[in-house]
Design a protein around this ligand. Structure first.
Ligand code: ZN
Length: 336
């Protein structure tokens, strides 16, 4: 098994090299958008650092006790920290608690590792508290942070970490991986790659969870309706979403990702480009919409959606984002 990670070859090679004691740093920061595989990569690194039976230097076996415990997150020398259920922020008391465990010598492993997920969500006080561990790192301890972008952390944090940046894969590459690795049929693989904007972790979740895919179809049905509706109805729609269970940020992210595929398709239809449509079954509506909008307008809308998706990974208000996107769309004449 080992580092079976799609696409991020440079990052993998880099971290493999860093499992050598003389190369190992005391803090790493893995950045990239949600669903890109930051956590998977971080856990592979933890396994490579601590595997009892590495098949080659920098590799891990995935079957020894340590590897299995890390996979099950029951490994005594690994602490994984994320914002508490129902909380938006990583708080200072959470950071203080892991700092205490970081200071202890490892029980059984070579290194004690603390993995802190989504560190962009740390409060200023929590960030400042962590700085202390970065300035005076305990021996045989490794700190791994993940975040959406280093710009969203205090510069003093980012500058004390070895940064590993992950980027979305080109659609073809993500699609080919899904085809080869998960035996997803070609057309479906292309759809999933687009839906996830080249973030393989997100694509796999789509594949494994049919509800996500039906939520996607629903999001596009709603968009088609909303495009023919007025301001007031669009605001009511966003209002209605607030009553849905689950994270509003995640929900907004799913909607915007789904809508993005529509606007990409519309750009293709309007420009007459010879490219395959993701939402082929919606081509009648796309043609109709393309007749009512010029290319520049579609490009602007597409850019707004892309930008919003990036911001939703960070810290903008999901409700305001959706309202803004919907209220800046044209009102189309319905053909049916
Ligand atoms: Zn192992």
């Amino acid at each position: 098994m080992g580092w079976d990670i799609c696409g991020h070859e440079t990052a993998v090679a880099f971290l493999k090299e860093h499992t050598k004691p003389e190369k190992l740093r005391h803090a790493y920061l893995i950045t990239g958008p949600q669903g890109i595989g930051r956590r998977t990569l971080a856990l592979a690194f933890v396994k490579a650092l601590n595997c009892q039976n590495p098949p080659a230097p920098g590799e891990f076996c995935d079957v020894c006790t340590v590897c299995r415990q890390i996979n099950a997150q029951s490994f005594a020398d690994l602490t994984v920290l994320a914002p508490d259920e129902g909380h938006q922020d990583l708080r200072i008391d959470q950071i203080r608690a892991v700092q205490q465990s970081l200071a202890l010598a490892p029980y059984q492993a070579k290194y004690r590792v603390v993995l802190i997920l989504d560190f962009q969500r740390a409060t200023a006080a929590a960030s400042n508290a962590l700085l202390k561990s970065l300035e005076e790192p305990p021996a045989r301890a490794v700190l791994v942070l993940t975040a959406d972008a280093e710009e969203n952390l205090l510069p003093t944090i980012a500058s004390r970490c070895q940064i590993v940046r992950l980027r979305p894969l080109p659609m073809e590459k993500a699609g080919a991986w899904l085809e080869g690795k998960l035996q997803v049929p070609k057309e479906r693989a292309a759809l999933l790659a687009h839906l996830s904007s080249g973030r393989v972790g997100a694509a796999v979740r789509f594949e494994q969870d049919p509800e996500l895919l039906s939520a996607y179809e629903e999001a596009l049905d709603q968009l088609q309706e909303l495009l023919c509706q007025k301001r007031r109805q669009r605001l009511q729609y966003v209002e209605g979403l607030q009553k849905k269970k689950g994270g509003q940020r995640e929900l907004a992210g799913q909607l915007v990702s789904a809508w993005l595929t529509f606007w990409r398709d519309l750009l293709i239809v309007r420009s007459g480009a010879e490219m395959p449509l993701v939402n082929l079954e919606r081509q009648d509506f796309l043609r109709d919409a393309a007749e009512q909008m010029n290319l520049a307008r579609i490009e602007t809308i597409l850019e707004r959606h892309e930008k919003s998706l990036g911001q939703l990974d960070a810290y903008v208000n999901p409700r305001l984002t959706l309202e803004y996107l919907l209220l800046t769309l044209p009102i189309l004449k319905s053909s049916g």
